[in-house]
Design a protein around this ligand. Structure first.
Ligand SMILES: Cc1cc2nc3c(=O)[nH]c(=O)nc-3n(C[C@H](O)[C@H](O)[C@H](O)COP(=O)(O)OP(=O)(O)OC[C@H]3O[C@@H](n4cnc5c(N)ncnc54)[C@H](O)[C@@H]3O)c2cc1C
Ligand code: FES
Ligand code: FES
Length: 493
């Protein structure tokens, strides 16, 4: 095993070993590399002040990813190119996104500016568009307390509308060659007084490391685990990263559905899942920010076991299963059974999630995903309701043929509404049926009140989401909405 990682820092090859497994990229940049342009704001992935960009080779193509350095572990930089604000320009030749920021007056106190520039740089290199939706998506993970955003949005629209894509220095081939040289497979083990950081290259190596080092904690994107270091000040004795395991980073389409490796990021999974279930794509767009989605994984979202994780309810409603592996032994578990109770999952010591299988939609099924949160972007769900029903015509009546309904934020785990599903199957798809089903939903869940929402709000919104689903799946939606409007008008007169 190698005892160091190799990466390109603003074009220069760096070999690094003997570091604390919990060393974040931000700490490395500011304290060791003395690159202080990358700022620390929140230290929890929310403000974007610490944004840098990594570049990797994916199928021989250079892919740039903006990410939050505050919660990313340094070991994950192995085999990558890392760009910071210091490396994208010279004083004589600012990068086009920097020029646009200056011309549009996009900076005041300047604390947030390197982060905004790096998010824009990542988008620019990947050929993101300058339309409002692309700009909003690109900048949702960056906060500014001074400018009021308009000048920054103008700068983004201006820089990203340039007739490109081009990469930042027109030297993408040279970068691809340099990356090819350092991204050769091979396991890494970094040891220091503080602990160990493992980077296995295969699932067999991962299984072996976990068997021999039971205290090792798996890390994928680090967007949950990074906060254990920055906020809870936990010192990990051993971390084992799944980021360099090719099998766990693959998405394989089969006749029956998709096999998604547990280390696949949201950004990579998004187009595949969207093809099967368009609303799953919309839901992924609402997870965190570009920075979070470029690192965060579906395996990590499930592994974290949070009752408000967004991917769990939607995958449960789609009928997903998990492959869990310990040593050479594998078992398959329906995702809904993985969550036992709050804080407890069906994962044995030294076992790991290897992949997630997402079946294709049943014939005639309509999956709708509704995330209810205080903000559209970069916010955690108060309630996440997923409805996956199929319908069939019998005797001229549309009836429910199958039903899978799951909620996040309504219990200690992501949970299916099995009583409501059983009631719906075979019933005519009418307002009366929906009214009765809503009463059952209301009795199913006992949500808690917390900072995100009260229990009462959660119950009301959960059952009202079924009405929304009904309106969206019935042809007479406009008529019904018009009817509601008439009702409302007569009531207010
Ligand atoms: C700013 C911000 C916004 C966020 N917004 C959202 C949001 O909108 N919706 C949402 O659901 N989440 C959100 N999150 C939470 C987080 O991004 C997700 O839960 C993400 O999917 C975690 O994936 P990861 O790869 O980063 O996991 P990591 O942090 O690497 O790991 C998380 C946990 O899973 C375990 N784990 C990882 N991989 C495996 C495996 N293969 N087998 C077994 N255990 C494993 C780890 O040991 C750890 O306990 C947000 C986080 C941040 C910082
Ligand atoms: S410091 Fe705020 S996202 Fe990293
Ligand atoms: S310019 Fe001051 S925080 Fe953005």
């Amino acid at each position: 095993m190698n005892d160091h990682i190799k990466f390109l820092l603003n074009g220069e090859l760096v070999t690094l070993g003997g570091f604390d497994p919990g060393l974040t990229v931000l700490r490395y940049l500011r304290e060791q590399a003395k690159l202080k342009g990358t700022k620390e704001g929140c230290a929890e992935g929310d403000c974007g002040a610490c944004t840098a960009v990594s570049a990797t080779l994916e199928n021989d193509v250079v892919v740039y990813k903006a990410f939050n350095t505050c919660i990313q572990f340094m070991g994950s930089m192995h085999g990558k190119a890392l760009f910071t604000i210091e490396g994208i320009s010279t004083p004589a030749q600012p990068h086009p996104v920097q020029k646009a920021m200056v011309e549009c007056h996009g900076s005041q106190c300047g604390f947030c500016t390197p982060g905004f520039v790096m998010s824009l740089f990542g988008g620019y290199c990947n050929g993101a568009g300058g339309d409002r939706k692309s700009v909003d998506d690109l900048l949702a993970g960056n906060l500014c307390r001074c400018t009021g955003y308009r000048p920054i949005v103008d700068a983004a629209a201006s820089a990203l509308s340039l007739a490109k894509p081009v990469d930042f220095d027109g030297n993408r081939d040279a970068l691809a060659a340099a990356l090819a040289e350092i991204s050769a497979p091979g396991a890494v083990r970094i040891e220091s007084e503080a602990g160990e950081f493992f980077l296995p290259a295969t699932t067999d190596e991962l299984a072996d490391i976990l068997a021999k080092t039971p205290k090792a904690r798996i890390v994928a994107g680090g967007t949950d685990l990074g906060l254990h270091v920055t906020k809870r000040h936990i010192q990990f004795e051993a971390l084992v990263s799944v980021a360099a395991i090719a099998e766990m980073n693959a998405v394989v389409a089969e006749a029956g559905g998709l096999r998604i490796g547990a280390a696949v990021t949201y950004e990579t999974a998004w187009p595949h899942l969207e093809k099967l279930y368009p609303d799953m794509g919309e839901l992924i767009r609402r997870i965190g920010s570009v920075q979070v989605r470029s690192s965060g994984t579906i395996g990590g979202n499930i592994g974290n076991g949070s009752p408000i994780a967004d991917s769990s309810p939607v995958l449960i409603a789609a009928g997903a299963t998990l492959t869990l592996r310990k040593g050479a032994e594998r078992r398959t578990v329906p995702l809904e059974d993985y969550f036992i109770e709050y804080g407890r999952q069906d994962l044995r010591p030294c076992e790991f999630i290897e992949e997630i299988f997402v079946p294709r939609p049943a014939a005639g099924a309509v999956l709708k995903a509704y995330k209810v949160s205080k903000r559209f972007d970069q916010d955690i769900s108060a309630v996440c309701g997923i409805f996956n029903l199929s319908f069939a015509e019998r005797d001229g009546v549309t009836r429910v043929a199958s039903a899978r309904i799951a909620f996040g934020g309504m219990a200690g785990t992501p949970l299916r509404a099995t009583a409501c599903e059983a009631f719906l199957i075979g019933k005519p798809w009418t307002e009366e049926t929906v009214a009765d089903a809503k009463a059952i939903l209301d009795r199913t869940y006992e949500p808690i009140s917390d900072a995100r929402a009260s229990a009462g709000y959660r119950r009301l919104i959960a059952s009202n989401l079924l009405t929304k689903y009904f309106l969206e799946t019935t042809a007479s939606k406009e008529f019904r909405l018009a009817g509601r409007l008439e009702e409302f008008t007569s009531w207010t007169q």
